[in-house]
Design a protein around this ligand. Sequence first.
Ligand SMILES: Nc1nc2c(ncn2[C@@H]2O[C@H](COP(=O)(O)OP(=O)(O)OP(=O)(O)O)[C@@H](O)[C@H]2O)c(=O)[nH]1
Ligand SMILES: [Mg+2]
Length: 513
Amino acid sequence: MGPRSTHGRSRSLSDPLSRALLPPEDESPYERDSRLQREERAKRINDAIDEQIKRDKAELRRQKNIIKVLLLGQSESGKSTTLKQFQLLHTPSAFHQERIAWRAVIYLNLIRSVRRILDALVPPDYPSVYHPDAYTHDTDDIDSFLHIDGPSASSSRSPRFDRYVKRLQPLLILEQRLIHQLAFPDEEDDPPAADLSPLSFPSHIGLPVPASQTYHTKGGELALRPTSNWKKSFSFLSGNESKSAHTGELRGWWEDPRDPVHVLRKCVDGEYGMRALWRDPEVRSTLERRRVRMEESAGFYLNDIDRITALRYIPTDDDVLRARLKTIGVVEHSFLVKGGGSNSKDSVEWRIYDVGGARQQRQAWAPYFDDMNAIIFLAPISAFDQTLAEDPRVNRLEDSMLLWRSVVSNKLLASTNIILFLNKCDLLKVKLEAGVSLAYHMPSYRDRPNDYDSVSKYFRNKFHALHYSHTPNRRRELYIHLTSVTDKTKTSIIISSVRDLILKQNLQYSRLL
Ligand SMILES: Nc1nc2c(ncn2[C@@H]2O[C@H](COP(=O)(O)OP(=O)(O)OP(=O)(O)O)[C@@H](O)[C@H]2O)c(=O)[nH]1
Ligand SMILES: [Mg+2]
Protein backbone atom coordinates (compact mmCIF):
# COMPACT_ATOMS: atom_id res chain seq x y z
CA MET A 1 0.00 0.00 0.00
CA GLY A 2 1.22 3.49 -0.58
CA PRO A 3 0.34 6.84 -2.06
CA ARG A 4 -2.09 6.80 -4.91
CA SER A 5 -4.08 9.46 -6.59
CA THR A 6 -7.80 9.78 -6.26
CA HIS A 7 -9.93 11.57 -8.75
CA GLY A 8 -12.22 14.39 -7.80
CA ARG A 9 -15.89 13.53 -7.37
CA SER A 10 -17.61 16.66 -8.49
CA ARG A 11 -20.77 18.04 -6.99
CA SER A 12 -22.98 20.31 -9.06
CA LEU A 13 -23.50 23.66 -7.43
CA SER A 14 -26.35 24.88 -9.64
CA ASP A 15 -29.77 23.35 -9.27
CA PRO A 16 -31.75 23.50 -12.52
CA LEU A 17 -34.89 22.25 -10.75
CA SER A 18 -35.14 25.05 -8.24
CA ARG A 19 -36.75 27.55 -10.60
CA ALA A 20 -39.40 25.00 -11.61
CA LEU A 21 -40.15 24.36 -7.93
CA LEU A 22 -40.86 27.99 -7.04
CA PRO A 23 -44.37 28.43 -5.50
CA PRO A 24 -47.11 29.57 -7.87
CA GLU A 25 -47.58 33.33 -7.87
CA ASP A 26 -51.32 33.16 -7.03
CA GLU A 27 -50.87 30.85 -4.02
CA SER A 28 -53.51 31.37 -1.24
CA PRO A 29 -52.43 31.53 2.47
CA TYR A 30 -54.03 28.10 3.04
CA GLU A 31 -52.17 26.60 0.07
CA ARG A 32 -48.98 28.21 1.30
CA ASP A 33 -49.33 26.69 4.79
CA SER A 34 -49.98 23.20 3.50
CA ARG A 35 -47.12 23.53 0.99
CA LEU A 36 -44.74 24.55 3.80
CA GLN A 37 -45.90 21.60 5.90
CA ARG A 38 -45.34 19.25 2.98
CA GLU A 39 -41.89 20.70 2.40
CA GLU A 40 -41.02 20.41 6.09
CA ARG A 41 -42.08 16.73 6.09
CA ALA A 42 -40.07 16.09 2.92
CA LYS A 43 -37.02 17.76 4.44
CA ARG A 44 -37.26 15.63 7.61
CA ILE A 45 -37.45 12.48 5.50
CA ASN A 46 -34.57 13.68 3.36
CA ASP A 47 -32.40 14.46 6.38
CA ALA A 48 -33.20 11.09 7.90
CA ILE A 49 -32.17 9.37 4.66
CA ASP A 50 -28.93 11.38 4.53
CA GLU A 51 -28.19 10.48 8.13
CA GLN A 52 -28.92 6.82 7.43
CA ILE A 53 -26.60 6.83 4.40
CA LYS A 54 -23.88 8.30 6.58
CA ARG A 55 -24.41 5.68 9.27
CA ASP A 56 -24.38 2.90 6.67
CA LYS A 57 -21.11 4.20 5.32
CA ALA A 58 -19.63 4.46 8.81
CA GLU A 59 -20.87 0.97 9.63
CA LEU A 60 -19.35 -0.41 6.42
CA ARG A 61 -16.06 1.25 7.25
CA ARG A 62 -16.21 -0.14 10.78
CA GLN A 63 -16.90 -3.65 9.49
CA LYS A 64 -14.03 -3.32 7.11
CA ASN A 65 -11.95 -1.67 9.83
CA ILE A 66 -11.08 1.40 7.81
CA ILE A 67 -10.33 4.78 9.32
CA LYS A 68 -10.18 7.80 7.06
CA VAL A 69 -8.40 11.01 7.98
CA LEU A 70 -8.31 14.18 5.88
CA LEU A 71 -5.48 16.71 6.24
CA LEU A 72 -6.58 20.30 5.62
CA GLY A 73 -4.97 23.74 5.77
CA GLN A 74 -3.50 26.41 3.54
CA SER A 75 -0.44 25.85 1.35
CA GLU A 76 2.78 25.36 3.34
CA SER A 77 0.83 24.69 6.52
CA GLY A 78 2.57 21.32 6.99
CA LYS A 79 0.01 18.77 5.68
CA SER A 80 2.46 16.72 3.61
CA THR A 81 4.98 16.89 6.45
CA THR A 82 2.33 15.47 8.81
CA LEU A 83 1.68 12.70 6.30
CA LYS A 84 5.43 11.95 6.27
CA GLN A 85 5.31 11.70 10.07
CA PHE A 86 2.51 9.13 9.82
CA GLN A 87 4.60 7.19 7.32
CA LEU A 88 7.70 7.41 9.50
CA LEU A 89 5.76 6.08 12.46
CA HIS A 90 3.83 3.30 10.75
CA THR A 91 5.84 2.25 7.71
CA PRO A 92 9.40 3.20 8.74
CA SER A 93 11.14 0.78 6.38
CA ALA A 94 9.32 2.16 3.32
CA PHE A 95 10.09 5.68 4.52
CA HIS A 96 13.78 4.86 4.87
CA GLN A 97 13.92 3.22 1.49
CA GLU A 98 12.49 6.34 -0.10
CA ARG A 99 14.92 8.70 1.61
CA ILE A 100 17.33 8.50 -1.27
CA ALA A 101 14.65 9.63 -3.74
CA TRP A 102 14.32 12.91 -1.83
CA ARG A 103 17.92 13.82 -2.68
CA ALA A 104 16.81 15.53 -5.91
CA VAL A 105 14.06 17.51 -4.15
CA ILE A 106 16.52 18.63 -1.48
CA TYR A 107 19.04 19.74 -4.13
CA LEU A 108 16.23 21.67 -5.81
CA ASN A 109 15.24 23.27 -2.50
CA LEU A 110 18.85 24.35 -1.95
CA ILE A 111 19.14 25.82 -5.44
CA ARG A 112 15.81 27.59 -4.98
CA SER A 113 17.13 29.23 -1.81
CA VAL A 114 20.16 30.48 -3.72
CA ARG A 115 17.87 31.82 -6.43
CA ARG A 116 15.67 33.52 -3.81
CA ILE A 117 18.71 35.25 -2.36
CA LEU A 118 19.79 36.44 -5.80
CA ASP A 119 16.21 37.60 -6.45
CA ALA A 120 16.21 39.55 -3.21
CA LEU A 121 19.54 41.18 -4.01
CA VAL A 122 18.67 42.31 -7.50
CA PRO A 123 18.41 46.10 -7.48
CA PRO A 124 15.04 47.48 -8.67
CA ASP A 125 16.35 49.14 -11.82
CA TYR A 126 18.86 46.46 -12.64
CA PRO A 127 19.01 45.25 -16.26
CA SER A 128 17.76 41.76 -16.97
CA VAL A 129 20.62 40.10 -15.15
CA TYR A 130 19.32 36.62 -15.52
CA HIS A 131 19.32 36.78 -19.25
CA PRO A 132 22.39 35.05 -20.68
CA ASP A 133 23.36 38.27 -22.53
CA ALA A 134 23.76 39.99 -19.20
CA TYR A 135 26.95 38.09 -18.57
CA THR A 136 28.71 39.85 -21.42
CA HIS A 137 28.46 43.19 -19.59
CA ASP A 138 31.55 44.83 -18.34
CA THR A 139 30.85 44.08 -14.70
CA ASP A 140 32.42 47.30 -13.47
CA ASP A 141 29.72 49.26 -15.26
CA ILE A 142 26.91 47.57 -13.37
CA ASP A 143 25.80 48.84 -9.99
CA SER A 144 25.75 46.08 -7.46
CA PHE A 145 23.10 45.54 -4.82
CA LEU A 146 25.55 46.97 -2.32
CA HIS A 147 25.97 50.13 -4.30
CA ILE A 148 22.31 50.87 -4.85
CA ASP A 149 20.96 50.04 -1.43
CA GLY A 150 23.57 50.98 1.10
CA PRO A 151 24.25 54.28 2.76
CA SER A 152 27.72 54.31 1.23
CA ALA A 153 26.12 54.05 -2.19
CA SER A 154 27.89 56.94 -3.78
CA SER A 155 31.35 55.86 -2.65
CA SER A 156 31.60 52.23 -3.73
CA ARG A 157 30.92 50.62 -7.07
CA SER A 158 31.11 46.90 -6.45
CA PRO A 159 30.28 44.33 -9.11
CA ARG A 160 29.76 41.57 -6.57
CA PHE A 161 26.14 40.79 -7.35
CA ASP A 162 27.01 40.14 -10.96
CA ARG A 163 29.92 37.94 -9.94
CA TYR A 164 27.66 35.83 -7.75
CA VAL A 165 25.15 35.43 -10.58
CA LYS A 166 27.89 34.43 -12.99
CA ARG A 167 29.53 32.00 -10.61
CA LEU A 168 26.26 30.34 -9.61
CA GLN A 169 24.71 30.15 -13.05
CA PRO A 170 25.44 26.39 -13.43
CA LEU A 171 23.06 25.85 -10.50
CA LEU A 172 20.26 27.53 -12.37
CA ILE A 173 20.83 25.29 -15.37
CA LEU A 174 21.01 22.25 -13.10
CA GLU A 175 17.67 23.28 -11.61
CA GLN A 176 16.00 22.91 -14.99
CA ARG A 177 17.64 19.57 -15.60
CA LEU A 178 16.50 18.21 -12.25
CA ILE A 179 12.95 19.43 -12.78
CA HIS A 180 12.92 17.67 -16.12
CA GLN A 181 14.27 14.47 -14.59
CA LEU A 182 11.66 14.48 -11.85
CA ALA A 183 8.83 15.30 -14.22
CA PHE A 184 9.84 12.66 -16.78
CA PRO A 185 11.40 9.84 -14.78
CA ASP A 186 11.00 7.38 -17.60
CA GLU A 187 13.26 9.25 -20.00
CA GLU A 188 16.72 7.79 -20.10
CA ASP A 189 18.66 10.84 -21.17
CA ASP A 190 18.96 14.41 -20.10
CA PRO A 191 17.02 16.91 -22.21
CA PRO A 192 19.05 18.14 -25.18
CA ALA A 193 21.33 21.02 -24.21
CA ALA A 194 19.61 23.38 -26.66
CA ASP A 195 16.40 22.99 -24.68
CA LEU A 196 18.00 24.47 -21.62
CA SER A 197 18.16 28.00 -22.89
CA PRO A 198 17.17 30.73 -22.88
CA LEU A 199 16.69 30.88 -19.14
CA SER A 200 14.11 33.22 -17.80
CA PHE A 201 14.67 33.80 -14.14
CA PRO A 202 13.91 34.75 -11.48
CA SER A 203 10.18 34.24 -11.07
CA HIS A 204 9.39 31.98 -13.98
CA ILE A 205 11.53 29.06 -14.75
CA GLY A 206 11.94 28.70 -18.49
CA LEU A 207 10.92 25.10 -18.78
CA PRO A 208 12.74 23.00 -21.30
CA VAL A 209 9.47 21.32 -22.28
CA PRO A 210 5.90 22.49 -22.82
CA ALA A 211 3.87 22.94 -19.64
CA SER A 212 2.55 19.54 -18.75
CA GLN A 213 -0.17 18.01 -16.62
CA THR A 214 2.50 16.29 -14.61
CA TYR A 215 3.99 19.27 -12.90
CA HIS A 216 4.04 23.02 -12.75
CA THR A 217 6.42 25.58 -11.36
CA LYS A 218 4.28 28.64 -10.73
CA GLY A 219 6.22 31.20 -8.75
CA GLY A 220 9.32 29.12 -9.26
CA GLU A 221 8.07 26.31 -7.02
CA LEU A 222 8.06 22.73 -8.15
CA ALA A 223 4.86 20.76 -7.74
CA LEU A 224 4.21 17.25 -8.92
CA ARG A 225 0.93 15.49 -9.40
CA PRO A 226 0.44 12.41 -7.22
CA THR A 227 0.27 10.31 -10.39
CA SER A 228 3.80 11.35 -11.26
CA ASN A 229 6.32 8.64 -10.65
CA TRP A 230 9.02 11.07 -9.58
CA LYS A 231 10.55 8.93 -6.86
CA LYS A 232 11.66 6.52 -9.55
CA SER A 233 14.33 8.83 -11.00
CA PHE A 234 16.38 8.97 -7.85
CA SER A 235 15.25 5.89 -6.02
CA PHE A 236 18.34 3.82 -6.72
CA LEU A 237 22.03 4.40 -6.90
CA SER A 238 22.14 5.85 -10.39
CA GLY A 239 21.10 2.57 -11.95
CA ASN A 240 24.63 1.19 -11.84
CA GLU A 241 24.79 0.23 -8.21
CA SER A 242 27.36 -2.48 -7.82
CA LYS A 243 30.35 -3.49 -5.80
CA SER A 244 33.79 -2.70 -7.06
CA ALA A 245 35.59 -5.89 -8.08
CA HIS A 246 38.79 -4.74 -6.33
CA THR A 247 37.70 -3.17 -3.09
CA GLY A 248 34.20 -4.60 -2.59
CA GLU A 249 33.06 -1.02 -1.95
CA LEU A 250 29.61 0.07 -2.96
CA ARG A 251 29.66 2.08 -6.17
CA GLY A 252 26.88 4.53 -6.74
CA TRP A 253 25.74 7.83 -8.16
CA TRP A 254 28.92 9.62 -7.08
CA GLU A 255 30.79 7.70 -9.76
CA ASP A 256 28.41 8.87 -12.46
CA PRO A 257 29.86 12.10 -13.91
CA ARG A 258 26.37 13.26 -14.93
CA ASP A 259 25.00 13.07 -11.41
CA PRO A 260 23.81 16.49 -10.14
CA VAL A 261 26.04 16.26 -7.09
CA HIS A 262 29.09 17.17 -9.21
CA VAL A 263 27.64 20.45 -10.49
CA LEU A 264 26.53 21.33 -6.97
CA ARG A 265 29.97 20.65 -5.55
CA LYS A 266 31.59 22.88 -8.15
CA CYS A 267 29.47 25.79 -6.96
CA VAL A 268 30.18 25.54 -3.24
CA ASP A 269 33.68 26.94 -2.76
CA GLY A 270 35.46 30.12 -3.67
CA GLU A 271 34.96 33.82 -3.25
CA TYR A 272 31.59 33.85 -5.08
CA GLY A 273 30.44 30.30 -4.35
CA MET A 274 27.29 29.23 -2.53
CA ARG A 275 28.94 29.11 0.88
CA ALA A 276 30.40 32.59 0.48
CA LEU A 277 27.03 33.96 -0.69
CA TRP A 278 25.26 32.70 2.42
CA ARG A 279 28.02 33.86 4.77
CA ASP A 280 28.52 37.27 3.14
CA PRO A 281 27.65 39.85 5.84
CA GLU A 282 26.60 42.38 3.22
CA VAL A 283 24.26 39.86 1.63
CA ARG A 284 22.82 39.13 5.06
CA SER A 285 22.23 42.78 5.83
CA THR A 286 20.57 43.35 2.44
CA LEU A 287 18.30 40.37 3.12
CA GLU A 288 17.48 41.77 6.53
CA ARG A 289 16.72 45.20 5.10
CA ARG A 290 14.42 43.63 2.57
CA ARG A 291 12.83 41.49 5.30
CA VAL A 292 13.71 38.23 3.59
CA ARG A 293 14.04 35.59 6.32
CA MET A 294 15.52 32.60 4.56
CA GLU A 295 15.55 30.51 7.76
CA GLU A 296 11.78 30.38 7.84
CA SER A 297 11.29 29.61 4.18
CA ALA A 298 10.22 26.13 3.11
CA GLY A 299 13.04 23.74 2.23
CA PHE A 300 15.80 25.63 4.01
CA TYR A 301 19.19 23.87 3.82
CA LEU A 302 21.62 26.80 3.53
CA ASN A 303 23.11 26.05 6.95
CA ASP A 304 23.91 22.53 5.75
CA ILE A 305 25.58 23.27 2.41
CA ASP A 306 28.66 21.13 3.11
CA ARG A 307 26.68 18.14 4.32
CA ILE A 308 24.06 18.28 1.54
CA THR A 309 26.63 18.61 -1.22
CA ALA A 310 28.85 15.79 0.09
CA LEU A 311 29.58 13.22 -2.60
CA ARG A 312 27.81 10.39 -0.81
CA TYR A 313 25.06 12.39 0.81
CA ILE A 314 22.02 10.37 1.85
CA PRO A 315 19.14 12.43 3.27
CA THR A 316 18.40 11.90 6.94
CA ASP A 317 14.86 11.58 8.30
CA ASP A 318 15.01 15.22 9.35
CA ASP A 319 16.12 16.29 5.88
CA VAL A 320 13.16 14.48 4.31
CA LEU A 321 10.76 16.08 6.79
CA ARG A 322 12.12 19.51 5.88
CA ALA A 323 12.02 18.92 2.11
CA ARG A 324 9.44 21.01 0.30
CA LEU A 325 7.42 19.63 -2.59
CA LYS A 326 4.11 21.36 -3.16
CA THR A 327 1.07 19.10 -3.49
CA ILE A 328 -1.37 19.32 -6.33
CA GLY A 329 -4.43 17.11 -6.40
CA VAL A 330 -5.08 14.65 -3.59
CA VAL A 331 -2.66 12.01 -2.34
CA GLU A 332 -3.95 8.99 -0.48
CA HIS A 333 -1.65 7.01 1.75
CA SER A 334 -2.77 3.87 3.52
CA PHE A 335 -1.26 1.56 6.09
CA LEU A 336 -2.34 -1.11 8.56
CA VAL A 337 -2.24 -0.68 12.32
CA LYS A 338 -2.55 -3.74 14.55
CA GLY A 339 -5.24 -3.57 17.23
CA GLY A 340 -7.86 -0.91 17.65
CA GLY A 341 -10.70 -2.57 15.78
CA SER A 342 -13.85 -3.67 17.57
CA ASN A 343 -11.92 -6.84 18.29
CA SER A 344 -8.53 -5.99 19.82
CA LYS A 345 -6.74 -8.46 17.52
CA ASP A 346 -8.06 -6.79 14.36
CA SER A 347 -5.87 -4.73 12.11
CA VAL A 348 -7.26 -1.40 11.12
CA GLU A 349 -6.55 0.14 7.75
CA TRP A 350 -5.81 3.84 7.94
CA ARG A 351 -6.26 6.02 4.91
CA ILE A 352 -4.79 9.49 5.11
CA TYR A 353 -5.71 12.03 2.45
CA ASP A 354 -3.27 14.87 1.80
CA VAL A 355 -4.66 17.68 -0.36
CA GLY A 356 -3.10 20.70 -2.05
CA GLY A 357 -3.71 23.77 0.13
CA ALA A 358 -3.13 26.56 -2.40
CA ARG A 359 -6.27 28.53 -3.26
CA GLN A 360 -6.64 27.00 -6.73
CA GLN A 361 -6.50 23.53 -5.15
CA ARG A 362 -9.24 23.94 -2.57
CA GLN A 363 -12.21 23.06 -4.77
CA ALA A 364 -10.92 19.48 -4.66
CA TRP A 365 -11.59 19.22 -0.91
CA ALA A 366 -15.39 19.15 -0.57
CA PRO A 367 -16.00 15.79 -2.26
CA TYR A 368 -14.04 14.16 0.59
CA PHE A 369 -16.02 15.80 3.37
CA ASP A 370 -18.86 13.36 3.89
CA ASP A 371 -16.82 10.24 4.41
CA MET A 372 -14.12 10.99 6.98
CA ASN A 373 -13.62 9.83 10.54
CA ALA A 374 -11.49 12.81 11.39
CA ILE A 375 -9.94 15.96 10.03
CA ILE A 376 -6.56 17.24 11.06
CA PHE A 377 -6.53 20.94 10.30
CA LEU A 378 -3.16 22.70 10.24
CA ALA A 379 -2.77 26.43 10.84
CA PRO A 380 0.80 27.75 10.77
CA ILE A 381 0.69 30.40 13.50
CA SER A 382 4.19 31.70 12.76
CA ALA A 383 2.82 33.15 9.51
CA PHE A 384 1.16 36.21 11.06
CA ASP A 385 3.52 38.57 9.20
CA GLN A 386 3.47 36.73 5.86
CA THR A 387 1.23 36.83 2.81
CA LEU A 388 0.04 34.02 0.57
CA ALA A 389 2.35 32.98 -2.26
CA GLU A 390 -0.68 32.77 -4.56
CA ASP A 391 -2.02 36.20 -3.57
CA PRO A 392 0.40 38.64 -1.92
CA ARG A 393 -2.49 40.87 -0.80
CA VAL A 394 -3.76 38.26 1.66
CA ASN A 395 -2.25 37.76 5.10
CA ARG A 396 -1.54 34.06 5.74
CA LEU A 397 -2.94 33.94 9.25
CA GLU A 398 -6.12 35.71 8.18
CA ASP A 399 -6.50 33.17 5.38
CA SER A 400 -6.01 30.32 7.87
CA MET A 401 -8.70 31.71 10.15
CA LEU A 402 -11.20 32.16 7.35
CA LEU A 403 -10.48 28.65 6.16
CA TRP A 404 -10.86 27.32 9.70
CA ARG A 405 -14.20 29.08 10.05
CA SER A 406 -15.53 27.62 6.84
CA VAL A 407 -14.37 24.11 7.77
CA VAL A 408 -15.81 24.14 11.31
CA SER A 409 -19.12 25.61 10.15
CA ASN A 410 -19.54 23.09 7.34
CA LYS A 411 -22.70 21.02 7.87
CA LEU A 412 -21.29 18.00 6.03
CA LEU A 413 -18.58 17.85 8.66
CA ALA A 414 -20.89 18.32 11.65
CA SER A 415 -20.25 14.85 13.04
CA THR A 416 -16.59 14.60 11.95
CA ASN A 417 -13.96 14.83 14.67
CA ILE A 418 -11.66 17.78 14.23
CA ILE A 419 -8.12 18.02 15.54
CA LEU A 420 -6.34 21.32 15.18
CA PHE A 421 -2.57 21.60 14.85
CA LEU A 422 -1.39 25.14 15.54
CA ASN A 423 1.80 24.49 13.63
CA LYS A 424 5.26 25.96 13.09
CA CYS A 425 5.59 26.80 16.78
CA ASP A 426 9.40 26.53 16.47
CA LEU A 427 9.39 29.34 13.91
CA LEU A 428 6.92 31.35 15.99
CA LYS A 429 9.26 31.20 18.99
CA VAL A 430 12.26 32.37 16.97
CA LYS A 431 10.25 35.13 15.36
CA LEU A 432 8.93 36.52 18.63
CA GLU A 433 12.37 36.32 20.21
CA ALA A 434 13.73 38.30 17.26
CA GLY A 435 11.29 41.06 18.25
CA VAL A 436 8.69 40.76 15.48
CA SER A 437 5.54 42.19 17.01
CA LEU A 438 2.23 40.35 16.69
CA ALA A 439 0.23 43.46 17.61
CA TYR A 440 1.79 45.33 14.70
CA HIS A 441 0.39 42.77 12.24
CA MET A 442 -2.73 41.95 14.22
CA PRO A 443 -3.90 45.07 16.08
CA SER A 444 -6.55 43.08 18.01
CA TYR A 445 -3.68 41.59 20.05
CA ARG A 446 -3.29 45.05 21.59
CA ASP A 447 -0.68 45.41 24.35
CA ARG A 448 -0.50 41.80 25.47
CA PRO A 449 3.06 40.46 26.02
CA ASN A 450 4.86 39.51 22.82
CA ASP A 451 6.20 36.21 24.18
CA TYR A 452 5.61 32.65 23.01
CA ASP A 453 3.40 31.53 25.91
CA SER A 454 1.03 34.49 25.67
CA VAL A 455 0.87 34.44 21.86
CA SER A 456 0.29 30.69 21.57
CA LYS A 457 -2.39 30.86 24.26
CA TYR A 458 -4.05 33.74 22.43
CA PHE A 459 -4.16 31.75 19.17
CA ARG A 460 -5.46 28.68 20.97
CA ASN A 461 -8.34 30.75 22.40
CA LYS A 462 -8.99 32.50 19.11
CA PHE A 463 -9.33 29.26 17.11
CA HIS A 464 -11.33 27.67 19.91
CA ALA A 465 -13.76 30.62 19.96
CA LEU A 466 -14.19 30.47 16.18
CA HIS A 467 -15.08 26.80 16.45
CA TYR A 468 -17.48 27.42 19.33
CA SER A 469 -19.38 30.18 17.58
CA HIS A 470 -19.56 28.58 14.13
CA THR A 471 -19.90 24.84 14.65
CA PRO A 472 -23.28 23.31 13.76
CA ASN A 473 -22.58 20.71 16.48
CA ARG A 474 -21.86 22.14 19.93
CA ARG A 475 -21.26 18.63 21.32
CA ARG A 476 -18.22 18.15 19.11
CA GLU A 477 -15.07 18.33 21.19
CA LEU A 478 -12.15 20.15 19.69
CA TYR A 479 -8.60 18.95 20.33
CA ILE A 480 -5.87 21.51 19.88
CA HIS A 481 -2.12 20.77 19.74
CA LEU A 482 0.75 23.21 19.53
CA THR A 483 3.03 21.53 16.99
CA SER A 484 6.24 21.75 15.01
CA VAL A 485 5.62 18.88 12.64
CA THR A 486 9.20 18.85 11.35
CA ASP A 487 10.23 17.74 14.86
CA LYS A 488 10.32 13.94 14.73
CA THR A 489 10.29 13.11 18.43
CA LYS A 490 7.63 15.54 19.59
CA THR A 491 5.38 14.89 16.61
CA SER A 492 5.52 11.11 16.98
CA ILE A 493 4.07 11.49 20.50
CA ILE A 494 1.31 13.79 19.24
CA ILE A 495 0.51 11.51 16.30
CA SER A 496 0.24 8.48 18.57
CA SER A 497 -2.17 10.29 20.85
CA VAL A 498 -4.20 11.59 17.89
CA ARG A 499 -4.34 8.05 16.50
CA ASP A 500 -5.61 6.64 19.81
CA LEU A 501 -8.16 9.41 20.12
CA ILE A 502 -9.56 8.81 16.62
CA LEU A 503 -9.74 5.07 17.29
CA LYS A 504 -11.54 5.62 20.58
CA GLN A 505 -14.02 8.02 19.02
CA ASN A 506 -14.61 5.61 16.16
CA LEU A 507 -15.41 2.80 18.56
CA GLN A 508 -17.70 5.03 20.61
CA TYR A 509 -19.49 6.14 17.48
CA SER A 510 -19.97 2.62 16.21
CA ARG A 511 -21.40 1.55 19.59
CA LEU A 512 -23.99 4.30 19.22
CA LEU A 513 -25.17 2.93 15.89
N1 LIG B 1 10.31 24.89 10.82
C1 LIG B 1 9.18 24.26 10.48
N2 LIG B 1 8.96 23.95 9.21
C2 LIG B 1 7.81 23.30 8.91
C3 LIG B 1 6.87 22.94 9.89
N3 LIG B 1 5.85 22.30 9.28
C4 LIG B 1 6.14 22.26 7.97
N4 LIG B 1 7.33 22.86 7.75
C5 LIG B 1 8.01 23.03 6.46
O1 LIG B 1 7.21 23.87 5.67
C6 LIG B 1 7.23 23.46 4.31
C7 LIG B 1 5.83 23.25 3.81
O2 LIG B 1 5.25 22.11 4.40
P1 LIG B 1 4.34 21.10 3.59
O3 LIG B 1 4.07 19.95 4.51
O4 LIG B 1 4.92 20.82 2.26
O5 LIG B 1 3.03 22.01 3.41
P2 LIG B 1 1.63 21.59 2.75
O6 LIG B 1 0.59 22.01 3.74
O7 LIG B 1 1.63 20.17 2.36
O8 LIG B 1 1.59 22.55 1.49
P3 LIG B 1 0.81 22.30 0.07
O9 LIG B 1 1.21 20.98 -0.43
O10 LIG B 1 1.26 23.44 -0.79
O11 LIG B 1 -0.65 22.40 0.40
C8 LIG B 1 8.10 22.20 4.26
O12 LIG B 1 9.40 22.55 3.82
C9 LIG B 1 8.11 21.72 5.68
O13 LIG B 1 9.29 21.02 5.99
C10 LIG B 1 7.14 23.29 11.25
O14 LIG B 1 6.37 23.04 12.17
N5 LIG B 1 8.31 23.96 11.48
MG1 LIG C 1 1.51 19.24 0.54
